[in-house]
Design a protein around this ligand. Structure first.
Ligand code: BEZ
Length: 220
């Protein structure tokens, strides 16, 4: 069963490189970015985790914790973190779940479809996770899901941009236009008429009756 936007993120307990966690408790009052990568000691994943290592301060600024998931063991992940630090030039200061049991991978439907084929003919790649991302809000609801194929490394700048957009719009009658970046104007929900929109957000720029821009509320 796939995990969809607005679902409550499935809770789990797991061993990680930073010790055991209970996921919802670990998230606490902030946001979480849960992301899987297919295998330890593989080239694309090493570059991805190196990028995450460099971005940890950006996630922290946004009150977001990052948690990697891989189907390898804690021992492997601890060794792999040395390679990641060498590539990134900074320590990999975030937890990675030991998902050798596939518990988390199955719970979040992170495995490729072929995983469900009969065991005959299954290769190690079939139990490797695909590259998924889940952004989870403090209310533990899933706000974003992404899945990339094994051959394509993710753009973590986009994940931060999406997190900014989620935080800017959470609980407010606004949304962000295509390619929005922090500091740019946002779109007022059509549930507010012009008068209500200006009373709440100040002066509007009305491009179309249903496309009305206002200044974005401050986030970071
Ligand atoms: C990678 O480069 O990240 C990768 C390569 C083969 C299998 C899984 C991951």
């Amino acid at each position: 069963m796939s995990v969809r936007i607005n679902d409550t993120a499935p809770d789990f307990t797991a061993e990680t490189t930073e010790g055991p966690i209970s996921f919802h408790e670990w998230i606490g009052d902030g946001y979480a970015v849960l992301f899987s990568h297919p295998r330890a000691f593989t080239p694309v994943c090493t570059t991805e985790l190196g990028t995450v290592a460099r971005l940890v301060p950006e996630f922290e600024k946004r009150n977001a914790k990052v948690l990697g998931v891989s189907v390898d063991s804690n021992d492997d992940h601890l060794k792999w973190k040395r390679d990641i630090a060498e590539v990134a030039g900074v320590p990999a200061d975030f937890a990675i779940v030991d998902d050798t049991s596939l518990k988390v991978s199955k719970l979040y439907d992170m495995l490729p479809a072929e995983h469900y084929l009969p065991s005959e003919g299954r290769t190690p790649q079939h139990s490797a996770t695909v590259r998924t991302v889940f952004i989870i809000a403090p209310d533990k609801k899933v706000r974003l899901t992404m899945a990339y194929p094994m051959s394509v490394g993710r753009n973590f700048a986009e994940i931060i941009r999406a997190l900014d957009a989620i935080q800017a719009t959470d609980g407010a009658p606004i949304s962000t236009p295509a390619d929005w970046r922090q500091g740019e104007d946002v779109i007022v929900a059509t549930s507010l008429n012009d008068e209500q929109a200006e009373a709440k957000f100040g002066k509007m720029e009305k491009k179309l009756p249903y496309l009305r821009y206002v200044k974005a509320p401050e986030t970071v």
